[in-house]
Write a protein that binds this ligand. Structure first.
Ligand code: PHE
Length: 344
């Protein structure tokens, strides 16, 4: 009787086992394939007497679903076993190396400048980036409305009634003023820091850049001291063969004032594209501190004299690393910065 066969097969299916996907596939074909058992039974079903058809039909369907379920279940078991057999993470394996960043070239150059000056007794002084007019201009001998204020396009933060406007410092000379206000000579400081000018961004200018300014005040400080100090700096920074040249210039806070050039670091003075065939590169401004500036900060110019200088860190770094576009320092392009990884 068909029902008996089906019942027997139901038992058989319950106990079906397989340890590989091939074995499962074989079982599937055996039961559900075109010439498989199920089709066989369905064919036989036609011969079942009418009064038994209902019982046989239910059993037949039960068998079909249980075969399908069993096959799914066997597949799952195998997938699970394979998952378990997958090699586990090797806990004894050394950790992957983290890729380390490197020191930014501007930081390296700034540190180098500080190191060089610290060897001859200069200490680092710092001050606020948001400043007032007094410390950035007035105390430095920029008279109100004097066109010299236009030399440095300023970002203003707040206009004050008394004229002592709040602004972003355009140079770190403000730190020199603060130092003179709070200390009596001898003063020997360098002021590294960020400065801000309202300039169009280009390959040679940026609205944010870095300066290191220096100030030396004592009895009997002369222009010869200024020249010798800067010559020492340049030889340390760019190599002992480097020459300097001072050209007369103007700053409200120094008198006399000068612009300093170094012999071209690329061609050594012969003339090339970098130095525009002059053999010289301009690197900083300097001069003897104007007596008015000393007075404004409470230092007696009849007793003391001093010199000051200021340079752009980006400019020095561009010359040192032969970088042609200043903007590269601020773009944080990893391909650019990676070149300096060895300078850690
Ligand atoms: N403060 C000047 C500038 O920012 C640089 C400078 C400093 C010049 C000290 C002379 C003396 O351009």
């Amino acid at each position: 009787m068909l029902q008996e066969i089906i019942k027997q097969k139901l038992e058989e299916v319950k106990n079906l086992s397989a340890s590989t996907l091939e074995e499962i596939e074989k079982a599937r074909i055996e039961y559900l394939g075109k010439k498989g058992l199920m089709n066989d039974l369905f064919a036989k079903f036609k011969e079942v007497p009418n009064e038994q058809k209902k019982e046989a039909g239910v059993l037949l369907n039960e068998l079909k679903t249980s075969v399908q379920q069993k096959i799914e279940q066997l597949k799952e078991t195998i997938a699970q076993r394979q998952e378990e057999l997958k090699p586990k993470e090797d806990l004894t394996k050394p950790a992957d190396l983290l890729s380390l960043g490197s020191i930014h070239p501007l930081t390296t150059v700034r540190k180098e400048i500080i190191d060089i000056f610290s060897h001859i007794g200069f200490t680092v002084a710092e001050g606020p980036e948001v400043e007032d007019d007094w410390h950035v201009f007035s105390a430095l001998n920029f008279p109100p409305e004097h066109p010299a204020r236009d030399m440095q396009d300023t970002f203003f933060v707040e206009n004050r009634e008394d004229g002592n406007n709040v602004l972003l410092r355009t140079h770190t000379s403000s730190v020199q003023v603060r130092t003179m206000e709070h200390n009596q000579p001898p003063i020997r400081i360098i002021a590294p820091g960020r400065v801000f000018r309202n300039e169009a961004i280009s390959a040679r200018a940026h609205c944010i850049f870095h300066q290191v300014e220096g100030l030396y005040i004592d009895k009997g400080v002369s222009f010869a001291d200024l020249k010798q100090t800067l010559l020492y700096f340049v030889k340390e920074m760019f190599g002992s063969e480097t020459q300097i040249r001072l050209r007369p210039s103007y700053f409200p806070f120094t008198e006399p004032s000068a612009e300093m050039d170094i012999s071209c670091t690329i061609c050594g003075g012969e003339g090339c594209n970098i130095c525009k065939h002059t053999g010289w590169l301009e690197i900083l401004g300097c001069g003897m501190v104007d007596p008015n500036v000393l007075k404004a900060s409470g230092i007696d110019p009849d007793i003391y004299s001093g010199f000051a200088f200021g340079m752009g860190v980006e400019r020095i770094a561009m010359l040192k690393y032969d970088v042609k576009d200043l903007r590269q320092y601020f773009e944080n392009d990893i391909r650019f910065l990676n070149q300096f990884a060895a300078t850690i």
